[in-house]
Design a protein around this ligand. Sequence first.
Ligand code: PAF
Length: 283
Amino acid sequence: MKIIQSPEEMRAWSDEQRRRNRTIGFVPTMGALHEGHLSLVRAAVNGNDAGVASIFVNPTQFAPTEDFDQYPRPFEDDLAKLGAEKVEVVYAPDAAGMYPDAFSTYVLVEKVSQGLCAGSRPHFFRGVATVVAKLFNAVKPHRAYFGQKDAQQCAVIKRMTRDLDMGVEIVEMPIVREPDGLAMSSRNQYLTEEDRRKALCLSRALFLAEEMLKNGERNAQVIISAVRNAMRDVTIDYVALVDAETMAPLETVTRPATLAVAALLPTARLIDNIKFDPGARKM
Ligand code: PAF
């Protein structure tokens, strides 16, 4: 497995693969890899001729008050996991190379970047869209893989890719959960035992709402109230029932929807969601 640090070297490698008609599947990450990331990596490796993963803790998506310094960076462990999955290249640029002193260009994806996570993290999607655009320019993937857990991030990246004619297919992969339902996240390791127990109310609330939707409930307020009630033991950041593509709030679930939640636990902010398509045929 090759480790590449500069965008020039990364682009040269990718150009060579493309010359040889090899497809490139790409998984952007901030490291601290768990099974959720590895499910994306497996899809990238199995669905393409070459799998590439990046590891870069992106400073522009953290506010000064957030956990950029504490964010886990188990680089050697991450490399071992990616090697075991037969990734061909790990792209691991450094912050000075990504954001030199004169850096002044940002990607702003309007509308879909508003609401939900932007409420408490207003800087976040500008940082994500900018770094993903830069990573795509260096890695030149045919397909890129993102987890549904970051549903708004997926919607932002899909919009950006279409709007800027990037020619990258975005593949959204299902959420990977712990056996008790907690959505996997690199930040779960911050949780104390008590917070870990309380965190289970996010997935339980979403599964309850999923049953309501499957049983025919379509009124967003009724569903949101039930979810808020099931999350009453934690500080809720938001509960939102939105159009799955535009992230605009829905009053009634008449088209594919995302029900997304975020909670502020003392040791971590957690997000989770489910998707529901009222038009999908029952199996
Ligand atoms: O989801 C993440 O880990 C990050 O937001 C991403 C997409 C790697 C950009 O830094």
